[in-house]
Design a protein around this ligand. Sequence first.
Ligand code: FRU
Length: 501
Amino acid sequence: MKKVIFILSLICCVACSKKNCDNTAIPDEPFRPAYHFSPPQNWCNDPNGMVYYAGEYHLFYQHNPKGSKWGNMSWGHAVFTDLATWEHLPVALLPDSLGDIFSGCAVVDELNTAGFQQGDEKTLLAFYTYNKNGVGQSQALAYSTDKGRTWTKYAQNPVIAAPSGKPDFRDPKVFWYAPENKWIMVLAVNQVIEFYSSKNAKDWIFESEFGTNYGCHDAVWECPDLFEIPLEGEQKGAWVLLVNNSRNGDNSGSATQYFVGNFDGKKFVCEQPAENTTALWLDYGKDHYAMVTWANAPDNRRIGLAWMSNWEYANDTPTENFRSAMSVPRELTLVNKNGKYLLKNYPVKEIENFRGETSDFSDIKIAENHIIKNLPSSGIYEILLNFEKQNAHSFGFLLKNNKDEKVTLMLDFEQNKFTTDRTKSGIVDFNEHFPAVTVAPFTTKNAYQLHVLVDRCSVEAFLDSGKVAMTNLVFPNKPYSEIEFFGDNIKVNNLKINKIQ
Ligand code: FRU
């Protein structure tokens, strides 16, 4: 595990009790992820305020500074310099008389449109939702003139008041729309997305809405994101709208869907047909939610991060001092194959910085079960392999320990289904929704590449550089120490198991 710097003295935030904050180091407790971001202590959910500025990727996150279950919603804060290591910073935004601080975003006010800039340092603007019982949800602004270290809430908040008849009115994602010199705010409202614009980040005008009859409407829409992204191998780009769906999705529970189309500064027009059946999912596991992307990432990269949990059981997962972690940062790329869009998501290359000792296996022919023992005892590793299907009906492997706990990844070439089965993965009985087999469709062909990231409480699988992604939590009583391949007549090439440190 690379060094996670912990700034002890700063972690104690204004409203945080001594008891909750008196940490000397992040405890090396069971299921504490090694290379996935988790809060130093207490609860976390959605990534918030993701913005790159002055060499730092800021990550704010939904946080309860007073306990390890959801509540007292505030913005926790950390910065990554390299997308692979991070430094925890004090809690940035705490609840006040206008309400709790729900999800939102941050941007760099390059042109000082809001007028908060002092000196040369650009101002960071944060947009978030106030949630207040009896009042509803409103949008608010805060700013920082010291590289995100301290935040001042705008005195005339809220910038968009709580409307009547719209109980779910939240999670602003704002970006600068250069062709018209204005900010665009994308907001999740019940089960549609609303677009607003502003010249000064304070006065907002409603522009349009999108979503009726599009995608999955099993539950409330949350945490949207909208960005233009180049199409791989083509000159032109397209606009992608990410929409997180609270308690639904083909794999049941919280999941991220996306739409591809065009945005003209006022309106998003989707290129997919408006049918309920056409939801496109970014990740088919049960533990990928609230994915949004970093504003201003260098080199035009579009990098996202998801909360690795699910509202079905997020409050019950078997950890104590902290609860929940984030996925690894993932690079998003858009491809268009025969008129069909696919948004790939794949771990950023900086993850390789974690790589330790490699066990390199030469090609293996899997005609029957093939076991590799002695996986890194830490339970923290990655598996990389290419394989050729030949005449096989299925192929896969189990990660298992000597307590008869296992997680099974399998590709069924007859049904074109890629599955992760965690029903016997370890501690599963803390919530009835946790034991699950998650399923993703995939295209049958001859050769595949598979990349699996294993940390102390997660298994993230990526097929063909992120064409299919599947993220699942697991809570084994002992790390999985063996890999058992199965399949009929499969050729595995370039199998590598890298320790992660
Ligand atoms: C998504 C969400 C957001 C909300 C936040 C509250 O997980 O429900 O819509 O702002 O969590 O913590």
